[in-house]
Design a protein around this ligand. Sequence first.
Ligand code: GDP
Ligand code: MG
Length: 827
Amino acid sequence: MDSVLKAVNRVSQIAALAGDTQVGDGGSLPSLARQLPKIVVVGGQSSGKSSVLEAVVGRDFLPRGTGIVTRRPLELQLETAADPNAREYGEFGHLAGQKIYDFEEIRKEIEAETMRHTQKRGTIVSPVPITLRIVSPLLPALSMVDMPGLTKVPIDGQPKSIVQELENMARDYVKHENVIILAVTPANADLATSDALRLAREVDPTGERTIGVLTKIDIMDPGTNCRDVLEGHSYVLKNGWIGVVNRGQADINSRMSMADARARELAFFHKKADYGGIKNIGTGFLSTELSERLVASVRRQLPNISAFVNKSVMDLQRELEAMGGPAATSRGEMIHLVLTLCRKFETSFAKLIDGGKGGGELILTVFEKRLPDSIEKQPFKKILDVAYVKRVIEEADGIQPHLVAPEAGYRRLLEEALGYLKDPTDKSVEEVFVLLRRMVDNVANSEEVRALKRYPTLRREIVTAAYRALEKFKEETRKMVLIMVEMERNYITAEYFRTIQMGKMPDGKLMYTLDGRPVTEEPEGSPEEKHYKRIINQVSGYVREVCTQLTQTVPKAIVHCMVLQSKDKLLEEMSASVAGDQELALKRLLGEDEALMKRREALTHKLDMLRRAQGELTSVDQQSELTQRLAFSATAQADPSSSPFYAVPEGHQNSDLSSEACHIGLSRRKDLTLREDVRLMCNGEMQTLAQLLKGHKAVVFGVPDCGKVCSEQHVPGFLQRCDDLRNAGVSRVLCVAVSDAAAADAWADKLSLGDGSKIQVVTDPNAAFTRFLGMELAPPGAPGPRSQRYAAVVDDGVLLKVCVDKSPGEAKASSADSIMQVLAAMH
Ligand code: GDP
Ligand code: MG
């Protein structure tokens, strides 16, 4: 088997066993199966889809019958076993590793698994596929999907939505470019109403990847036949139709074997004169056609598949790495992990405090702005009113004129005024606490401690522990700050009274009132007013001093008791308690986020699958590189002077067009005339290949450069044997030159190959024809020959044989003599 196909089949198998299916897993992970070429069977309910698929496989294993029998897509991977005597078996994706040798059992498992799944889902049908791999020495390597049938109206008590559901399911499968659509339509129904054809046309308007299959030809109305359809007259499909006859329900019931069914199908077409001379009939034909198409598709897709796999591997690897490795297991490892994460958290927190924006900077605003502002807003005015002061002093010290200062009154006033400082200083403590708590939240959500995301419990616990620690520091700070204010209120000595009456602080510094006047300023008014105003000034001056002092010392206390403590000891308690935790508690703490755990598992699983696929694909790449190198070295030996660029691609020498040997016919039909876009310049006009080749048995030979070997050996050889060629039935000899028309004409004239000559020189100005044959050597504009030296036999437009010289510098394999031998062998 073709090595590329083999590799892709192994990749499909890897995907199937890993549960990677055409529908993917909902989109969050790359689906490999979706990249792989496959054949999808679509059609109406009971049109015979499962029967067709079974016939191609040649085994009975699918549930068939009337009504909606296939209820989930079945992704089928056929694999050719290397050992010709190997026993065939099937293996389900959902029962990986379990080989089932009895095909009846496979059918039962398909039914049972369909049932299990749809019952759980509570629906009749489901888009979630069953994957099945069948390994047999006798099977072609194919990837096929059996779909539930389309329907126009719900039957059997099916819900209305089923019509749309079935259609969406089928469309989801066939819309991908890598899918070959097998549109199954019963011959005894009207083609115009075929759901299969409608859907195929919708997703594949050019018909490039659609093949029509007509079933139930045996039960058409007597006197009617479908020859018209099969010949492409009544419903045109680009790739044509293939007619088959499968077993009817009665045959299934009577357990007619597959071999008998095939024999009966052959006999049916043989017997019926209606189908005389038609080739595109029978399950055998269908099977070959499908294999060929799949190989072509695989070859086309291979670079894309490789690129997809490589990119996906890289993406998944990156995601996994970002998630971190699997969790620790032993107690020591767990403690280490928790402590490391705690340390990381603390470091980030400390960094945030020190780092300005969003951290330390905010705390600074509390100290520099909010605290002084809020002190200033206190209602000192109220107690510095003459009437009020008079009343307080009279109450405290009596109404007699005082010899010394009214000490008790002073004390009362000061205590009251300084009492106002409790509130703003306490508020500052609270504000800083709130900021610190917010910083804890920010750190918990930061990228720096991304690793914590994996452990939501630990993360929660860390945040709680940090809050708890902050709460504790806050209480300590509050106490401290309160004491500081109280100290100022209470610690007023007699000595002190004397000094403030002088308007100076004990250290001799001049005092100013709250509104900025010197305390010693002589007030105005009556002697009594003056007396009280003097007292007011002095109290105000002292309060101002204390306020200034506290705006400096309170922040220091807050920083010392709260900010620095939290920086140093935020998780101290937690760390200490974790170190004593037992394994169970640690496990709980390190319980990973379930969604994340699942994601990691899925990623690992998928990555493993993709890596294996990558291995397979790389080996194909290397193989093809190796063959290229071998081909090159073979050429080099044959003709040491030839340039390496002229190496004949592997398999082109004397190609017989077998699928293994030549590019041609793999991705395209051997009927050259189907490529209507490829034209050659002949007699001054561009002609289609149909115009040039239809109705002729032709020899087409290509010359690399109209040089010496072309002019002196290749062309003269054909001229010499013109009569022999004619006798062998050849009615046309074309010489293809990749050049512009003028140069080719001049060359033809020189060789006397003008009008009426037995050899017609045609030019391939843009090398399209040469490329189409796989004979191109160098891109347009490159120096040196642009085409291989080759010669081909083309019958009525169909390419039968192409012979290519190992080097364009010799005319051997493609010489007239060699072609004569080919023609002789054909007869
Ligand atoms: P699906 O629903 O499209 O998968 O169709 P099945 O393969 O289950 O076939 C539906 C019914 O049509 C079954 O009873 C088959 O035996 C019958 N059937 C399928 N193909 C043919 C055919 O070519 N000839 C006859 N006579 N019956 C067929
Ligand atoms: Mg079916």
